[in-house]
Design a protein around this ligand. Sequence first.
Ligand code: FMN
Length: 397
Amino acid sequence: MFQDKNILLGIGGGIAVYRMAELARLLIKQGANVRCVMTQSACEFVTPLTFEALTGEAVHTDLFDLTSERAMGHIELARWADAVLIAPATSNLLAKLAHGIADDLLTTMMQVCDAPVLLAPAMNSSMWESAATQRNLHTLKDDGFSVIDPRSGALACGEQGIGRLPEPQALADAILPLLLPQSLQGQHWVINAGPTIEPWDAVRVLTNRASGTLGARLAQYASAMGASVTLIAGVGTPNLGCDVQRVDVQTGDEMLQACVQVAQGADVFIGTAAVSDFRFSEVSEQKIKRGDTQQLNVQLAANTDIVASIAGMEHRPKKVIAFAAESEKHIEYAKAKLERKGVDAIVANDVNNMDSDSASGWWIDNRENGINEESIEKCNKMQFSQEIIKKVMELKP
Ligand SMILES: Cc1cc2nc3c(=O)[nH]c(=O)nc-3n(C[C@H](O)[C@H](O)[C@H](O)COP(=O)(O)O)c2cc1C
Protein backbone atom coordinates (compact mmCIF):
# COMPACT_ATOMS: atom_id res chain seq x y z
CA MET A 1 0.00 0.00 0.00
CA PHE A 2 2.88 2.38 0.82
CA GLN A 3 5.61 1.03 -1.46
CA ASP A 4 8.61 3.42 -1.44
CA LYS A 5 6.64 6.21 0.24
CA ASN A 6 8.46 8.33 2.83
CA ILE A 7 6.30 8.67 5.90
CA LEU A 8 7.36 10.84 8.80
CA LEU A 9 5.83 10.07 12.19
CA GLY A 10 5.66 13.08 14.50
CA ILE A 11 5.15 11.51 17.91
CA GLY A 12 3.66 13.61 20.70
CA GLY A 13 3.67 13.06 24.47
CA GLY A 14 0.37 11.29 25.06
CA ILE A 15 -0.27 8.01 26.83
CA ALA A 16 -1.03 6.33 23.46
CA VAL A 17 2.60 6.62 22.25
CA TYR A 18 3.10 2.87 22.67
CA ARG A 19 0.63 2.23 19.85
CA MET A 20 2.86 4.13 17.44
CA ALA A 21 5.41 1.30 17.59
CA GLU A 22 2.86 -1.05 16.05
CA LEU A 23 1.98 1.54 13.43
CA ALA A 24 5.64 1.98 12.46
CA ARG A 25 5.93 -1.78 11.94
CA LEU A 26 2.70 -1.90 9.93
CA LEU A 27 3.81 0.90 7.60
CA ILE A 28 7.22 -0.70 7.05
CA LYS A 29 5.55 -4.05 6.34
CA GLN A 30 3.46 -2.32 3.69
CA GLY A 31 6.54 -0.93 1.95
CA ALA A 32 6.96 2.53 3.53
CA ASN A 33 10.22 4.22 4.57
CA VAL A 34 9.49 5.46 8.08
CA ARG A 35 11.33 8.11 10.10
CA CYS A 36 10.33 9.40 13.51
CA VAL A 37 10.51 12.74 15.28
CA MET A 38 9.61 12.56 18.97
CA THR A 39 8.82 15.44 21.31
CA GLN A 40 10.63 15.55 24.66
CA SER A 41 7.37 14.56 26.37
CA ALA A 42 6.95 11.57 24.03
CA CYS A 43 10.40 10.34 25.14
CA GLU A 44 9.09 10.30 28.74
CA PHE A 45 6.61 7.58 27.76
CA VAL A 46 8.63 5.43 25.32
CA THR A 47 12.34 5.70 24.60
CA PRO A 48 13.54 6.61 21.08
CA LEU A 49 15.35 3.26 21.07
CA THR A 50 12.06 1.45 20.43
CA PHE A 51 11.45 3.40 17.22
CA GLU A 52 15.11 3.25 16.20
CA ALA A 53 15.08 -0.53 16.49
CA LEU A 54 11.80 -0.84 14.58
CA THR A 55 12.62 1.55 11.74
CA GLY A 56 16.38 1.05 11.50
CA GLU A 57 16.68 4.86 11.36
CA ALA A 58 17.95 7.45 13.83
CA VAL A 59 15.07 8.99 15.78
CA HIS A 60 15.10 12.78 15.88
CA THR A 61 14.28 14.44 19.18
CA ASP A 62 16.32 17.62 19.52
CA LEU A 63 16.33 20.79 17.43
CA PHE A 64 19.75 21.82 18.70
CA ASP A 65 21.47 18.48 18.25
CA LEU A 66 24.58 19.06 16.15
CA THR A 67 24.90 15.42 15.10
CA SER A 68 21.38 15.07 13.79
CA GLU A 69 21.44 18.54 12.21
CA ARG A 70 24.49 17.41 10.22
CA ALA A 71 22.99 14.02 9.34
CA MET A 72 19.49 15.17 8.45
CA GLY A 73 18.47 18.59 9.70
CA HIS A 74 14.92 19.68 10.41
CA ILE A 75 14.55 21.20 6.94
CA GLU A 76 15.80 18.14 5.12
CA LEU A 77 13.53 15.92 7.23
CA ALA A 78 10.53 18.04 6.30
CA ARG A 79 11.49 17.88 2.60
CA TRP A 80 12.09 14.12 2.76
CA ALA A 81 8.50 13.32 3.79
CA ASP A 82 5.80 12.40 1.26
CA ALA A 83 3.32 12.54 4.15
CA VAL A 84 3.43 13.31 7.86
CA LEU A 85 1.32 11.76 10.61
CA ILE A 86 1.34 13.52 13.97
CA ALA A 87 0.12 11.08 16.61
CA PRO A 88 -0.78 11.15 19.33
CA ALA A 89 -1.40 14.82 18.56
CA THR A 90 -1.54 16.23 22.10
CA SER A 91 -3.72 19.19 22.97
CA ASN A 92 -0.43 21.04 23.44
CA LEU A 93 0.77 20.20 19.91
CA LEU A 94 -2.59 21.21 18.42
CA ALA A 95 -2.34 24.56 20.21
CA LYS A 96 1.24 25.16 19.08
CA LEU A 97 0.57 24.18 15.45
CA ALA A 98 -2.56 26.33 15.31
CA HIS A 99 -0.58 29.36 16.47
CA GLY A 100 2.62 28.82 14.53
CA ILE A 101 4.70 28.24 17.63
CA ALA A 102 8.01 26.60 16.75
CA ASP A 103 9.85 25.84 19.99
CA ASP A 104 11.03 22.27 19.41
CA LEU A 105 12.10 20.04 16.52
CA LEU A 106 8.63 18.78 15.56
CA THR A 107 6.84 22.14 15.60
CA THR A 108 9.76 23.91 13.85
CA MET A 109 9.82 21.23 11.17
CA MET A 110 6.09 21.64 10.59
CA GLN A 111 6.63 25.28 9.68
CA VAL A 112 8.85 24.20 6.79
CA CYS A 113 6.87 21.16 5.72
CA ASP A 114 5.11 21.18 2.33
CA ALA A 115 3.97 17.56 2.56
CA PRO A 116 0.36 16.76 3.51
CA VAL A 117 -0.09 16.34 7.26
CA LEU A 118 -2.57 14.14 9.13
CA LEU A 119 -3.26 14.89 12.78
CA ALA A 120 -4.48 12.10 15.06
CA PRO A 121 -5.50 13.79 18.32
CA ALA A 122 -5.74 11.57 21.40
CA MET A 123 -6.46 12.84 24.88
CA ASN A 124 -8.85 12.78 27.82
CA SER A 125 -12.40 13.57 26.64
CA SER A 126 -12.60 16.84 28.63
CA MET A 127 -9.39 18.02 27.00
CA TRP A 128 -10.81 17.02 23.60
CA GLU A 129 -14.09 18.85 24.19
CA SER A 130 -12.45 21.97 25.63
CA ALA A 131 -13.16 25.20 23.79
CA ALA A 132 -9.47 25.79 23.13
CA THR A 133 -8.86 22.35 21.56
CA GLN A 134 -11.95 22.61 19.36
CA ARG A 135 -11.01 26.15 18.31
CA ASN A 136 -7.46 25.02 17.47
CA LEU A 137 -8.75 22.08 15.45
CA HIS A 138 -10.99 24.38 13.49
CA THR A 139 -8.04 26.63 12.69
CA LEU A 140 -5.85 23.67 11.73
CA LYS A 141 -8.50 22.27 9.35
CA ASP A 142 -8.81 25.71 7.76
CA ASP A 143 -5.04 25.75 7.38
CA GLY A 144 -5.21 22.51 5.34
CA PHE A 145 -4.34 19.88 7.95
CA SER A 146 -6.24 16.57 7.71
CA VAL A 147 -7.63 15.20 10.95
CA ILE A 148 -8.66 11.69 11.99
CA ASP A 149 -10.98 12.02 14.95
CA PRO A 150 -10.31 10.09 18.16
CA ARG A 151 -12.46 7.06 18.97
CA SER A 152 -14.86 6.57 21.90
CA GLY A 153 -14.36 3.97 24.62
CA ALA A 154 -12.37 3.33 27.75
CA LEU A 155 -9.60 5.91 28.19
CA ALA A 156 -6.21 5.34 29.82
CA CYS A 157 -7.19 7.68 32.68
CA GLY A 158 -9.97 5.26 33.64
CA GLU A 159 -12.80 7.41 32.27
CA GLN A 160 -15.12 6.54 29.38
CA GLY A 161 -15.55 8.88 26.46
CA ILE A 162 -14.08 10.21 23.27
CA GLY A 163 -10.30 10.55 23.03
CA ARG A 164 -8.74 7.18 22.14
CA LEU A 165 -6.12 7.02 19.42
CA PRO A 166 -7.57 5.00 16.48
CA GLU A 167 -6.15 1.53 15.84
CA PRO A 168 -2.84 1.43 13.94
CA GLN A 169 -4.56 0.00 10.82
CA ALA A 170 -7.12 2.83 10.86
CA LEU A 171 -4.27 5.35 11.09
CA ALA A 172 -2.47 3.68 8.17
CA ASP A 173 -5.70 3.73 6.12
CA ALA A 174 -6.14 7.42 6.87
CA ILE A 175 -2.63 8.23 5.59
CA LEU A 176 -3.37 6.68 2.19
CA PRO A 177 -5.49 9.55 0.77
CA LEU A 178 -2.62 11.95 1.51
CA LEU A 179 -0.45 10.06 -0.95
CA LEU A 180 -2.88 9.58 -3.82
CA PRO A 181 -4.07 11.99 -6.51
CA GLN A 182 -7.64 13.04 -5.77
CA SER A 183 -8.71 12.21 -9.34
CA LEU A 184 -12.09 10.77 -8.33
CA GLN A 185 -13.25 13.87 -6.45
CA GLY A 186 -16.88 14.66 -7.26
CA GLN A 187 -17.66 11.12 -8.43
CA HIS A 188 -20.07 8.68 -6.81
CA TRP A 189 -18.97 5.04 -6.90
CA VAL A 190 -21.22 2.18 -5.80
CA ILE A 191 -19.54 -1.14 -5.02
CA ASN A 192 -21.15 -4.32 -3.78
CA ALA A 193 -19.15 -6.95 -1.95
CA GLY A 194 -19.20 -10.20 -0.04
CA PRO A 195 -21.46 -13.21 -0.03
CA THR A 196 -25.21 -13.22 0.31
CA ILE A 197 -27.03 -15.69 2.51
CA GLU A 198 -30.38 -17.23 1.59
CA PRO A 199 -32.35 -18.69 4.53
CA TRP A 200 -33.87 -22.14 4.24
CA ASP A 201 -35.29 -22.49 7.72
CA ALA A 202 -34.83 -20.97 11.18
CA VAL A 203 -31.13 -21.95 11.30
CA ARG A 204 -29.90 -23.10 7.87
CA VAL A 205 -28.74 -20.92 4.99
CA LEU A 206 -27.33 -21.14 1.46
CA THR A 207 -24.17 -19.08 1.04
CA ASN A 208 -20.66 -19.18 -0.48
CA ARG A 209 -16.98 -18.70 0.40
CA ALA A 210 -16.61 -15.05 -0.71
CA SER A 211 -14.87 -12.88 1.90
CA GLY A 212 -15.82 -9.42 0.59
CA THR A 213 -12.17 -8.31 0.88
CA LEU A 214 -11.73 -7.30 -2.74
CA GLY A 215 -14.87 -5.14 -2.81
CA ALA A 216 -13.91 -3.55 0.52
CA ARG A 217 -10.41 -2.80 -0.82
CA LEU A 218 -11.86 -1.28 -4.01
CA ALA A 219 -14.12 0.91 -1.86
CA GLN A 220 -11.19 1.94 0.33
CA TYR A 221 -8.97 2.83 -2.62
CA ALA A 222 -11.66 4.71 -4.58
CA SER A 223 -12.51 6.65 -1.43
CA ALA A 224 -8.81 7.39 -0.82
CA MET A 225 -8.74 8.87 -4.36
CA GLY A 226 -11.54 11.25 -3.46
CA ALA A 227 -14.69 9.41 -4.64
CA SER A 228 -17.80 9.39 -2.52
CA VAL A 229 -18.29 5.63 -2.15
CA THR A 230 -21.30 3.53 -1.17
CA LEU A 231 -20.40 -0.03 -0.22
CA ILE A 232 -23.30 -2.50 -0.23
CA ALA A 233 -21.84 -5.13 2.04
CA GLY A 234 -22.80 -8.79 2.27
CA VAL A 235 -22.31 -10.69 5.53
CA GLY A 236 -18.70 -10.77 6.77
CA THR A 237 -17.40 -8.04 4.43
CA PRO A 238 -14.51 -6.47 6.38
CA ASN A 239 -14.94 -3.00 7.76
CA LEU A 240 -11.71 -1.27 6.73
CA GLY A 241 -12.56 1.81 8.73
CA CYS A 242 -12.36 4.02 5.68
CA ASP A 243 -14.63 6.88 4.80
CA VAL A 244 -17.35 5.00 2.89
CA GLN A 245 -21.11 4.91 3.22
CA ARG A 246 -21.78 1.28 4.19
CA VAL A 247 -25.11 -0.51 3.76
CA ASP A 248 -25.22 -4.02 5.28
CA VAL A 249 -27.44 -6.62 3.62
CA GLN A 250 -28.01 -10.35 3.89
CA THR A 251 -30.03 -11.86 1.04
CA GLY A 252 -29.69 -11.45 -2.72
CA ASP A 253 -32.99 -9.61 -2.79
CA GLU A 254 -31.85 -7.12 -0.12
CA MET A 255 -28.61 -6.65 -2.09
CA LEU A 256 -30.64 -5.96 -5.26
CA GLN A 257 -32.93 -3.42 -3.56
CA ALA A 258 -30.02 -1.57 -1.94
CA CYS A 259 -27.98 -1.45 -5.17
CA VAL A 260 -30.87 -0.24 -7.34
CA GLN A 261 -31.70 2.47 -4.80
CA VAL A 262 -28.22 3.99 -4.66
CA ALA A 263 -26.84 3.29 -8.15
CA GLN A 264 -29.26 5.64 -10.00
CA GLY A 265 -27.09 8.19 -11.79
CA ALA A 266 -23.86 7.05 -10.09
CA ASP A 267 -20.60 7.44 -11.98
CA VAL A 268 -19.45 3.87 -11.48
CA PHE A 269 -21.01 0.61 -10.32
CA ILE A 270 -18.73 -2.35 -9.59
CA GLY A 271 -20.39 -5.66 -8.80
CA THR A 272 -17.90 -7.78 -6.86
CA ALA A 273 -20.47 -9.42 -4.59
CA ALA A 274 -20.90 -13.18 -4.85
CA VAL A 275 -24.69 -13.00 -5.00
CA SER A 276 -26.37 -16.35 -4.69
CA ASP A 277 -27.83 -17.32 -8.09
CA PHE A 278 -30.61 -19.16 -6.26
CA ARG A 279 -32.74 -18.86 -3.14
CA PHE A 280 -35.04 -21.40 -1.52
CA SER A 281 -38.53 -21.38 -3.05
CA GLU A 282 -39.99 -21.89 0.41
CA VAL A 283 -38.48 -20.71 3.69
CA SER A 284 -39.60 -22.42 6.87
CA GLU A 285 -39.92 -20.32 10.00
CA GLN A 286 -39.27 -23.43 12.10
CA LYS A 287 -36.22 -25.66 11.98
CA ILE A 288 -36.88 -28.46 9.48
CA LYS A 289 -36.65 -31.80 11.29
CA ARG A 290 -34.65 -34.67 9.87
CA GLY A 291 -36.92 -37.45 11.19
CA ASP A 292 -36.47 -40.65 9.15
CA THR A 293 -35.88 -38.80 5.88
CA GLN A 294 -33.00 -40.36 3.88
CA GLN A 295 -33.20 -38.06 0.87
CA LEU A 296 -34.72 -34.63 0.58
CA ASN A 297 -35.43 -32.67 -2.57
CA VAL A 298 -35.56 -28.91 -2.17
CA GLN A 299 -36.67 -26.41 -4.74
CA LEU A 300 -34.65 -23.31 -5.57
CA ALA A 301 -35.79 -20.21 -7.42
CA ALA A 302 -33.43 -17.96 -9.41
CA ASN A 303 -32.45 -14.62 -7.87
CA THR A 304 -32.53 -11.50 -10.08
CA ASP A 305 -29.21 -10.75 -11.80
CA ILE A 306 -28.11 -7.56 -10.00
CA VAL A 307 -25.39 -6.33 -12.36
CA ALA A 308 -27.61 -6.89 -15.42
CA SER A 309 -30.44 -5.00 -13.67
CA ILE A 310 -28.13 -2.07 -12.89
CA ALA A 311 -26.80 -2.03 -16.47
CA GLY A 312 -30.38 -1.99 -17.77
CA MET A 313 -31.67 0.84 -15.51
CA GLU A 314 -33.00 4.00 -17.12
CA HIS A 315 -30.51 6.24 -15.29
CA ARG A 316 -27.76 3.63 -15.20
CA PRO A 317 -24.32 4.46 -13.82
CA LYS A 318 -21.95 5.79 -16.48
CA LYS A 319 -19.74 2.71 -16.14
CA VAL A 320 -20.95 -0.70 -14.98
CA ILE A 321 -18.31 -3.34 -14.21
CA ALA A 322 -19.11 -6.93 -13.35
CA PHE A 323 -16.96 -9.61 -11.73
CA ALA A 324 -17.16 -13.22 -12.84
CA ALA A 325 -15.71 -15.92 -10.59
CA GLU A 326 -15.37 -19.12 -12.61
CA SER A 327 -13.81 -22.50 -11.96
CA GLU A 328 -13.06 -23.15 -15.67
CA LYS A 329 -13.12 -21.46 -19.14
CA HIS A 330 -12.74 -18.10 -17.36
CA ILE A 331 -12.32 -15.89 -20.43
CA GLU A 332 -14.88 -17.67 -22.60
CA TYR A 333 -17.59 -17.45 -19.92
CA ALA A 334 -16.67 -13.86 -19.04
CA LYS A 335 -16.95 -12.70 -22.66
CA ALA A 336 -20.40 -14.29 -22.92
CA LYS A 337 -21.44 -12.49 -19.69
CA LEU A 338 -20.12 -9.16 -20.99
CA GLU A 339 -22.62 -9.35 -23.87
CA ARG A 340 -25.49 -10.90 -21.95
CA LYS A 341 -25.40 -8.52 -18.95
CA GLY A 342 -24.89 -5.35 -21.00
CA VAL A 343 -21.98 -4.21 -18.82
CA ASP A 344 -19.04 -2.06 -19.92
CA ALA A 345 -16.33 -4.36 -18.59
CA ILE A 346 -15.94 -7.60 -16.73
CA VAL A 347 -13.21 -8.92 -14.46
CA ALA A 348 -12.83 -12.66 -14.81
CA ASN A 349 -11.15 -14.40 -11.91
CA ASP A 350 -10.85 -17.83 -10.38
CA VAL A 351 -13.19 -19.10 -7.66
CA ASN A 352 -10.08 -19.83 -5.57
CA ASN A 353 -9.54 -16.06 -5.21
CA MET A 354 -12.71 -15.88 -3.12
CA ASP A 355 -11.25 -16.50 0.33
CA SER A 356 -7.61 -15.79 -0.43
CA ASP A 357 -5.50 -12.66 0.23
CA SER A 358 -4.29 -12.55 -3.36
CA ALA A 359 -6.01 -12.44 -6.73
CA SER A 360 -5.27 -12.69 -10.43
CA GLY A 361 -7.57 -12.47 -13.44
CA TRP A 362 -8.46 -10.85 -16.71
CA TRP A 363 -9.97 -7.46 -17.51
CA ILE A 364 -12.26 -7.65 -20.53
CA ASP A 365 -14.01 -4.65 -22.07
CA ASN A 366 -15.80 -3.80 -25.26
CA ARG A 367 -14.18 -1.11 -27.40
CA GLU A 368 -14.92 0.36 -30.84
CA ASN A 369 -12.41 -2.00 -32.42
CA GLY A 370 -13.76 -5.07 -30.64
CA ILE A 371 -13.22 -6.90 -27.39
CA ASN A 372 -10.12 -5.90 -25.43
CA GLU A 373 -8.63 -8.46 -23.07
CA GLU A 374 -5.78 -7.88 -20.57
CA SER A 375 -4.46 -10.23 -17.93
CA ILE A 376 -3.81 -9.08 -14.36
CA GLU A 377 -0.95 -10.98 -12.75
CA LYS A 378 -1.25 -12.48 -9.27
CA CYS A 379 -0.87 -9.82 -6.56
CA ASN A 380 -2.41 -8.95 -3.20
CA LYS A 381 -5.99 -7.67 -3.19
CA MET A 382 -4.96 -4.06 -2.54
CA GLN A 383 -2.73 -4.06 -5.64
CA PHE A 384 -5.44 -5.88 -7.59
CA SER A 385 -7.94 -3.15 -6.63
CA GLN A 386 -5.49 -0.41 -7.68
CA GLU A 387 -5.14 -2.10 -11.06
CA ILE A 388 -8.93 -2.36 -11.50
CA ILE A 389 -9.47 1.28 -10.54
CA LYS A 390 -6.83 2.38 -13.05
CA LYS A 391 -8.64 0.43 -15.76
CA VAL A 392 -12.05 1.78 -14.74
CA MET A 393 -10.66 5.32 -15.00
CA GLU A 394 -9.25 4.61 -18.50
CA LEU A 395 -12.56 3.12 -19.68
CA LYS A 396 -14.53 5.52 -21.87
CA PRO A 397 -18.13 5.91 -20.61
C1 FMN B 1 0.59 10.29 32.28
C2 FMN B 1 0.30 11.39 31.33
C3 FMN B 1 -0.48 11.12 30.21
C4 FMN B 1 -0.77 12.13 29.31
N1 FMN B 1 -1.54 11.84 28.22
C5 FMN B 1 -1.87 12.82 27.37
C6 FMN B 1 -2.68 12.54 26.23
O1 FMN B 1 -3.10 11.38 26.01
N2 FMN B 1 -2.99 13.56 25.42
C7 FMN B 1 -2.56 14.81 25.62
O2 FMN B 1 -2.92 15.71 24.84
N3 FMN B 1 -1.77 15.12 26.67
C8 FMN B 1 -1.41 14.15 27.53
N4 FMN B 1 -0.60 14.45 28.60
C9 FMN B 1 -0.08 15.80 28.75
C10 FMN B 1 1.10 16.04 27.85
O3 FMN B 1 2.11 15.08 28.09
C11 FMN B 1 1.66 17.44 28.04
O4 FMN B 1 0.68 18.41 27.66
C12 FMN B 1 2.95 17.71 27.30
O5 FMN B 1 3.34 19.04 27.50
C13 FMN B 1 2.78 17.45 25.81
O6 FMN B 1 4.00 17.71 25.17
P1 FMN B 1 4.15 17.60 23.58
O7 FMN B 1 2.91 18.18 23.01
O8 FMN B 1 5.34 18.41 23.25
O9 FMN B 1 4.36 16.17 23.25
C14 FMN B 1 -0.27 13.45 29.52
C15 FMN B 1 0.54 13.69 30.63
C16 FMN B 1 0.80 12.69 31.53
C17 FMN B 1 1.67 13.00 32.71
